[in-house]
Design a protein around this ligand. Structure first.
Ligand code: DX5
Ligand code: ZN
Length: 222
């Protein structure tokens, strides 16, 4: 069970200090938005490079951008350990996943709430992680969408089948509305990697919240 605080809810004027507030994080989730794929604009490659220069934490880059085929490889080249593209935006997801892995990054595919997992079942062998959005992407602090839970269960089943056949680990990440209130049902449904923005950086003690979330997920998964 891994917890990735989302820097979207951190103080952008003090990112280095904010990163130091979550030493227990298993990774740092960085939301790149281009104001086209989603109706919001955040940060891009120069800021990711700056974060890389001050932190050895696993960088989990979530690209909410159009044309990830063109832009995603640069994040792997910048030293991100994991790069996630949205399948709704990718022209050639298999080629892109292979390119990310060739550059030394993990390759991950994200799905918006209305995007089904089944059409992509045969792509799982190309991926290190599947990200199921549990809010519509674009903003932090939205309410968790319970309607995503059946898809999480189905994704877990598909991954379990795949993992059994060739042994490689595929993480199942959730992003959106994950909190102490929602994480238990997420873990029960089969997720094992959790992004939390407002729940972590809105807490009085962000690092204690990271540990609290992980413990709740472990307990709920049984
Ligand atoms: C939203 C982003 C999320 C966001 C989650 O589109 O992808 O990573 O930071 O924020 P919370 O945890 O507040 O829902
Ligand atoms: Zn995200």
């Amino acid at each position: 069970m891994t917890i990735h605080p989302s820097l979207l809810s951190a103080d952008f004027a003090n990112l280095q200090t904010e990163i130091q507030r979550v030493p227990s994080a298993d990774g740092l989730h960085v939301d790149v938005m281009d104001n086209h794929f989603v109706p919001n604009l955040t940060l891009g490659l120069p800021v990711v490079e700056a974060i890389r220069s001050v932190s050895d934490k696993l960088l989990d880059i979530h690209l909410m951008i159009e044309d990830p085929d063109r832009w995603a490889p640069a994040y792997a080249e910048a030293g991100a350990e994991s790069v996630t593209f949205h399948v709704e935006a990718a022209a050639a997801p298999v080629r892109l996943a292979r390119e990310l892995r060739r550059l030394g990054s993990k390759a991950a595919m994200a799905l918006k709430p209305a995007t089904p997992i089944e059409p992509y079942a045969d792509l799982l062998g190309e991926l290190d992680m599947v990200l199921i959005m549990t809010v519509e992407p674009g903003f932090g602090g939205q309410k968790f969408l319970d309607l995503c839970l059946p898809k999480i269960r189905r994704a877990r089943e598909l991954i379990a089948r795949r993992t059994g056949s060739d042994g490689h680990h595929i993480a199942l990440q959730l992003d959106g509305g994950v909190s102490a209130e929602t994480i238990e049902r997420c873990a029960e449904a089969g997720a094992d990697c959790f992004v939390a923005g407002s729940a972590v950086f809105g807490a009085d003690d962000p690092d204690a919240m990271v540990n609290q979330l992980r413990e709740a997920a472990v307990a709920a998964a049984g």
